[in-house]
Design a protein around this ligand. Structure first.
Ligand code: 3PG
Length: 372
């Protein structure tokens, strides 16, 4: 359905490659993650094919605290591609001259695309498209995780340049096609309800983390200290709460210690940081019988001592299951490493957030549609 790197002869050609290295920023420092290694396969293949490669990417959103230059990202990418050159420009003379003087097998990284208002206002005729297009022969989208956005670097270049998907995107699409979305069991956790909200209409949902608390509230349970989350009950949650499986017990943080509470022990004056032991058992039994599993967001605050149990056991059950599984979300993937889960036993570990949820929810991704 999509053209790939096999579809064209890239020798000596100028190739514009969109990747996603959007990262967490901690005290001004970019956090290294697999987002830096994932696109290497595409970049290296193009280098070997003697293409002239120009990478475009973004970091943060305008006015957010993580909205910053890609200079640190260039340092992290250089660890793997020593030849990489960074230019702190996108469509000015500096960038244009650097692109024009690229040699075969060389790689250039341009500045944060979102520094340009044109990136966020996609139009075929905008300056970003007008200036860059004549300088390139091909466009490669290797950023599945941004493909739910209607932004110039995602939706406009494929309209004017010969285009294809990169290897990372190809792998993501291949693996997602193995997930039986209709019949999968969805374990939805994490600490942001809005991150998984599009999936609340799925048939089999095991709620955990904050989504579980909000669903319990929607079902009329009086949680106590967590009742403030009532404001997060959306009309969608109200509509779907009935069929969403919610925990039968929880674990509260009582002065730094784990205290398990049955629903009949509620309300509680304490914050709830994990699902309880009986819920873990019930969820693990369901996982064992499932043929397709999707997990997004950790079932509990697994980084806090005493509250690892839910996340550890659920991930362990997925590891031991014969089902095809997809695990997604930054904290979940960190937890896989932390709990030494055998990653080879997980069907696919996705580095995508919102785009993945859109895709699994059955929504069309504009960045993919335009490549069809
Ligand atoms: C992500 O980190 O999920 C992608 O880079 C998309 O970022 P955005 O939500 O700011 O568009």
């Amino acid at each position: 359905m999509y053209k790939t790197l096999d579809s064209y002869d890239f020798k000596g050609k100028k190739v514009l490659v969109r990747i996603d290295i959007n990262s967490e920023v901690n005290k001004g420092k970019i956090t290294f993650s697999e987002r830096f290694t994932a696109p290497l396969v595409t970049i290296r293949e193009l280098m070997q094919k003697k293409a002239k490669v120009v990478i475009i990417a973004h970091q943060g959103r305008p006015r957010s605290s993580d909205f910053t230059s890609l200079i640190q990202h260039s340092g992290l990418l250089k660890r793997f591609i020593p030849k990489l050159i960074f230019v702190d420009d996108i469509i000015g003379n500096k960038a244009v001259n650097a692109i024009k003087s690229l040699k075969e097998g060389n790689v250039l990284l341009l500045e944060n695309l979102r520094f340009l208002k044109e990136e966020l206002e996609p139009k075929k005729e905008n300056k970003l498209v007008k200036i860059l297009t004549p300088l390139f022969d091909y466009y490669v989208n290797d950023a599945f995780s941004v493909s739910h956005r209607v932004q110039t670097s995602i939706t406009e270049f494929p309209k004017v340049l010969k285009s294809c998907v990169g290897r990372t995107m190809e792998l993501e699409l291949k693996n997602l096609s193995k997930l039986d979305i209709k019949n999968a069991v969805f374990i939805l956790g994490g600490d942001k309800v809005e991150d998984v909200a599009l999936l609340f209409n799925k048939k089999h949902i095991l709620s955990a983390g904050v989504p579980a608390l909000v669903c319990l509230l929607a079902k009329g349970v009086n949680l106590g200290a967590e009742n403030e989350r009532k404001s997060q009950i959306t009309s969608e949650i109200k509509k779907e709460a009935k069929h969403i499986v919610t925990p039968v017990d929880l674990a509260a943080n009582v002065n730094g210690k784990r205290q398990e509470l049955k629903l009949s022990d509620l309300p509680s004056n304490y914050k709830i940081l994990d699902i309880g032991s009986e819920t873990i058992k019930q969820y693990c039994d369901i996982i064992k019988k499932s043929k397709s599993i999707f997990l997004k967001g950790t079932p509990g605050y697994s980084q806090i001592t005493g509250f690892e149990k839910g996340t550890f056991n659920i991930l362990k059950a997925i590891e031991q299951s014969k089902a095809f599984s997809v695990v997604a979300g930054g904290h979940s993937t960190t937890a896989l490493t932390h709990f030494k889960i055998n990653k080879k036993k997980i069907g696919y570990i996705s580095l995508s957030g919102g785009a993945l949820v859109h895709y699994v929810a059955g929504k069309k991704l504009p960045g993919l549609e335009v490549l069809k």
